[in-house]
Design a binder for this molecule. Structure first.
Ligand SMILES: [Ca+2]
Ligand SMILES: [Ca+2]
Ligand SMILES: [Ca+2]
Length: 288
């Protein structure tokens, strides 16, 4: 997926509502953050000394921690996630991805409950690297800490995966100078990586683990069901019965339709953008 074209379309889409594609809401998931702790310590003297209970260790990236993405009905003090996008592209998009969890530096500076948002005015700053997406802290330290340089984006009806470099924002650079952590302006320094793994409400039926909703998932669920295994308790009731099968089927069909519809629209628009998801629908090669 060409990131520049995604972004351009996203920026254009911010002001207009486009009704022709399938809107997908991010409902949960997690964002992994791998800070370059050696670089950070050498440049600023900052050392991570703690993390709150909500933080998952390790995260998906090597040497990372993960922050859960808040639900769309999250209640104060947490912020509700509002990010939506049109599948299978990431554009247009709107809203923000909100997280729970904090980390503390030097037993003194706590940042977290992060917002990943987008500000078109930031796009192209920091030597052209800033995508416009940023990471803001919503604790006592209330500031944009990082601009995100996108390094990858894979989207669909079933999932959202976005990766990027964490660049010290101009605001964070000033905070570090004010704290006398450094005398240098560190704006734009790449101090880590982030990986957003957004749950779009279809992950419950993506049981084969290949990121697509297709026949392999249905076949695998049926096998769980017939063999009466705990994985078939789709509604979480503790029993395995027809309600689980019907519940699965209903959501499975909804998610397959979303995915198909999104792909059709995508084809109709005649965009020849690289698509790593254009293989056939009954691809169930990982369904052993
Ligand atoms: Ca990096
Ligand atoms: Ca699958
Ligand atoms: Ca059940």
């Amino acid at each position: 997926m060409r990131i520049a074209s995604v972004l351009a379309a996203g920026v254009i889409g911010l002001g207009a509502s486009v009704a022709s594609a399938y809107q997908v809401d991010v409902e949960g998931g997690q964002t992994s953050v791998a800070l370059d702790t050696e670089l950070l310590e050498a440049a600023t003297g900052l050392v991570v000394t703690g993390a709150s209970d909500a933080v998952t260790i390790p995260g998906t990236l090597a040497e990372s921690v993960a922050f859960p993405i808040n639900a769309r009905d999250a209640e104060s003090p947490l912020l509700p996630t509002t990010f939506s996008y049109d599948a299978p592209e990431l554009a247009p998009f709107s809203g923000a991805i909100e997280h729970e969890g904090t980390i503390t530096f030097n037993d003194a500076i706590t940042v977290g409950n992060f917002t990943i948002g987008f500000d078109g005015a930031r796009a192209g700053s920091l030597g052209g690297l800033a995508s416009g997406f940023f990471v803001a802290s919503n604790t006592a330290v209330e500031a944009i800490l990082f601009d995100i340089e996108l390094t990858g984006a894979t989207t669909g009806a079933a999932f959202l995966e976005v990766s990027g470099n964490l660049l010290v924002s101009p605001e964070f650079a000033q905070i570090l100078i004010d704290l006398e952590a450094t005398a240098d302006d560190l704006s734009g320094a790449d101090v880590g990586d982030a990986l957003v793994e957004g749950d779009t409400g279809c992950s419950a039926v993506e049981v084969s683990g290949n990121g697509k909703i297709n026949f392999g998932d249905y076949a695998r669920f049926l096998r769980f069901y017939v063999r009466d295994r705990a994985e078939a308790d789709f509604d979480g009731s503790g029993d395995i019965n027809r309600r689980d099968l019907f519940g699965f089927l209903r959501q499975f069909i909804d998610c397959v339709q979303r995915d198909r519809w999104a792909r059709k629209i995508y084809k109709r628009h005649g965009d020849d953008m690289d698509d790593d998801r254009d293989d056939d629908d009954d691809d169930d090669e990982d369904d052993d």
